[in-house]
Write a protein that binds this ligand. Structure first.
Ligand code: OOG
Ligand code: NI
Length: 266
């Protein structure tokens, strides 16, 4: 893909994301005050079932020039993840996780496999697949059933393939010295932050501090009814130097474990 096509891809991805995350525009207004915001990373979710396994999504990013970096495991949530970086430092890092479906009950497996079976495999080979949303019919009872076992499975079933969150690169903000200051500004503007594991996850010691809003709530049309449920959120990341002039570029599993909970219903 050409650089222009990659830029267009991120623009289309962003347009899809803000439809489900109306507060994202307000985040930019509050923190950027008219200046453009630079994103540290964008996160995607998927199921470990063909044809939508993490590896299939990776191929799409490799076509854009991304390279594999870190690998992460989330034993309790039954997830694995990888992150990818681009040679062009202006392009966001990519964080992709996948749910280990076969570690769940047969009932969950049956629901998820029946959703994935409705995807046309040819579509997965196109970059637009990454903001194509759902490809299936889902009842609100199946959604509730998934929610009992895995918030992640329920979120995927309701929203499908799209950016789960964008992340403000706090190091690049001009008017902020700390993540505390960013969080305070957001709270003053009326945002609710994810406080699971504390508002700030990580520290200088692990070279990364992160916080996030709680997901917006949006109406979703299920096959039997409409319901208002948590959609997508915005994250904030401040990175520290691992060597002079070299910022840490990885993720921190213990912190990520809590960031996942930004889409929990509460
Ligand atoms: C990903 C959560 C982890 C991070 O930056 O550590 C994450 C998700 O909620 O899908 O984004
Ligand atoms: Ni993230």
């Amino acid at each position: 893909m050409s650089q222009q096509q990659v830029e267009q891809f991120f623009e289309d991805l962003w347009q899809d994301y803000i439809k489900l995350t109306p507060s994202a525009a307000k985040v930019h207004q509050v923190l950027g005050q008219g200046q453009p915001i630079i994103n540290d990373h964008v996160a995607f979710r998927t199921f470990d079932i063909a044809p939508v396994r993490l590896a299939a999504l990776v191929a799409l990013f490799e076509n854009m020039g991304y390279e594999a970096r870190g690998e992460y495991e989330f034993t309790e949530k039954k997830l694995v993840a990888r992150h990818f970086e681009h040679r062009d430092p202006r392009l966001p890092k990519i964080f992709i996780s996948e749910l280990l479906v076969e570690s769940f009950s047969v009932e969950l497996q049956t629901i998820v496999k029946q959703l994935v079976a409705q995807i046309d495999p040819e579509q997965v080979a196109r970059p637009e697949f990454l903001y194509s949303g759902t490809h299936w019919q889902l009842s609100s009872t199946d959604y509730e059933r998934l929610l009992e076992e895995s918030e992640y499975a329920a979120w995927m079933a309701a929203f499908g393939f799209r950016a789960n969150h964008f992340t403000v690169n706090v190091n690049e903000l001009t008017d902020y010295e700390s993540l505390e200051q960013v969080n305070q500004t957001l709270k003053n503007a009326g945002f609710r932050l994810n406080s699971s594991g504390g508002e700030i996850k990580g520290s200088r010691d692990v070279f990364l501090e992160q916080s996030s809003t709680l997901a917006d709530h949006m109406p979703v049309r299920f096959s039997d009814m409409e319901k208002v449920i948590p959609s997508c959120f915005y994250e904030f990341a401040r990175r520290y130097e691992v060597a002079p002039d070299r910022l840490y570029t990885g993720f921190v599993a213990a912190s990520a474990d809590k960031i996942f909970e930004s889409t929990n219903a509460r």
